[in-house]
Design a binder for this molecule. Structure first.
Ligand code: PLZ
Length: 445
């Protein structure tokens, strides 16, 4: 694996990256985003080594994918072995053990000791689409309720579920129908204040569903137990559990979208566990595949078995190499206790962010769990005015130093931290030193 050392040999981007960036401009659609114009040659642990030999610190994990790192030995070995045996059969044509084993693992790991089933897909968006199909098929209802600040994907149905227009939806409509949006229990920005947030948001949700949709027409409520792209919003305590219970009471399927939060990211296997919620259906993706594309829907056996035989599937869903990678990644998460590691490093991260917040007034709030944390930047702490400009400037200053960070949030003013769960403590600390320098450069020491 690439040495776990931060080092820059050129200014970023270096000449080889610049050359690739020019080739990219001539060959790749300009609509595909590029956070950094840097191209990677090797990666692993907490390091991304670029084509100029610069070793950058990874605080993004390819958007919460490489929790076990980008070259976890167990993943790499299983992928090699599987690729030498067969790359594809299509599970719907002739099956193989890896698919079944991943489903067994998911059924075992997902919250709740009820009888569960799983089905595998290629991307988070595809998993979300299928969860909605399953909920509609099982309930015979059409309505789906999603929240402000939600992100569920870029396909047509999942764009409809996603809240933010730019860049995800703008110009891409018309969108799927029967999607209804309700307020999110976002404590920092709840008009009635933090203390009222859970109760008032829950009441607003119940009223909106009753008045605008009708419980009897509602198939599913879908929620990220910590919202990701929308700004790492941790719902007010109690909100998720009350929602889930209300769904049960009304025969509505509660879908937890754990695509970003799942697989040890938040210091638990799944974020739903923080409120002891057993989702009816749970979508996973990203980190499950150890870097290979894999996603899943896991949930109550009666719901998962409700669609007609042949109703779910796809050519590549649960590809054998992706399944082999997932089994390696899950083995590493268990063997190296990444739940504990995520929680422990998360505490270190919080401590460092609190130190930053004590020195930089631009930090309005620190939030998140485990190694899924963020800071929300405001130009005025009282008025909580979102400061997207400073966020972008600090992000760029970090990037110049070789710190790979991402922003997020409906208002573009949230810095998020998603390092690989296996990042060495020293490297995490060096990355936070670089962040500190970036703050000093942009908003003054
Ligand atoms: N649900 C909760 O976070 C993907 C998207 C990045 P796919 N998040 C990163 C981007 O700009 O496209 C995500 C998520 C949650 C669903 C998805 C969708 O997962 O694997 O990207 O389809």
């Amino acid at each position: 694996m690439v040495a776990q050392e931060y080092s820059l040999t050129t200014a970023l981007p270096g000449p080889a990256s610049q050359a690739l960036h020019s080739r990219r401009a001539a060959a790749v659609s300009s609509a595909v985003g590029a956070t950094l114009p840097v191209y990677i040659d090797e990666a692993g642990g907490g390091i991304l080594r670029d084509v100029d030999g610069n070793q950058l610190i990874d605080f993004a994990s390819g958007i919460a994918v490489t929790g076990v790192g980008a070259t976890d030995p167990r993943v790499v070995e299983r992928v090699r072995e599987q690729a030498g045996k067969f790359t594809h059969t299509c599970f719907m044509v002739t099956g193989y053990e890896g698919y079944i084993e991943v489903c067994e693992q998911l059924n075992d790991l997902a919250p709740g000791d009820n009888e569960k089933r799983s089905a595998l897909f290629n991307s988070g968006a595809e998993a979300v689409e299928n969860a909605v199909k399953i909920a509609r098929s099982a309930t015979g209802r059409a309505g789906v309720v999603a929240f402000d600040h939600a992100y569920h994907g870029r396909t047509n149905l999942t764009m409809a579920l996603t809240a933010k227009s730019m860049p995800y939806k703008s110009g891409f409509g018309p969108f799927a129908s029967e999607i209804h949006r309700v307020p999110m229990a976002y404590p920092y920005r709840w008009p009635g204040g933090v203390d009222q947030c859970a109760d008032q948001a829950f009441d607003a949700f119940v009223e909106a569903v009753h008045v605008r949709v009708g419980e009897e027409n509602t198939a599913a409520v879908i929620l990220e137990p910590i919202q990701g792209e929308g700004g790492f919003i941790v719902p007010a305590p109690g909100f998720v559990a009350r929602l889930a219970q209300w769904c049960t009471d009304n025969g509505i399927v509660f879908i937890a979208d754990e695509v970003q939060t799942g697989f040890c990211r938040t210091g638990n296997w799944f974020a739903s566990e923080y409120e002891n919620v057993v989702p009816d259906l749970m979508t996973t993706g990203k980190a499950i595949g150890g870097g290979l594309p894999l996603a899943a829907v896991t949930g109550r056996a009666d719901l998962m078995d409700a669609p007609h035989s042949g109703g779910l599937g796809g050519t590549y869903g649960g590809n054998p190499i992706a399944c082999a990678a997932a089994l390696g990644a899950i083995e590493t998460m268990r063997a190296d206790d990444l739940v504990e590691r995520s929680a422990r490093l998360g505490k270190l991260l919080t401590g460092r962010l609190e130190d930053l917040a004590s020195r930089y007034d631009v930090i309005g709030e620190i939030r998140g769990r485990g190694l899924m944390q963020a800071i929300e930047l405001v130009s005025d702490r009282e008025a909580k005015t979102p400061d997207a400009k400073t966020t972008a400037a600090i992000n760029a200053a970090g990037h110049r130093r070789g710190l790979v960070t991402l922003t997020c949030g409906t208002f573009g003013n949230v810095f998020r931290f998603l390092p690989p769960l296996v990042i060495e403590e020293d490297l995490l600390s060096t990355g936070l030193d670089l962040l500190d320098e970036a703050f000093a450069e942009v908003v003054g020491a």
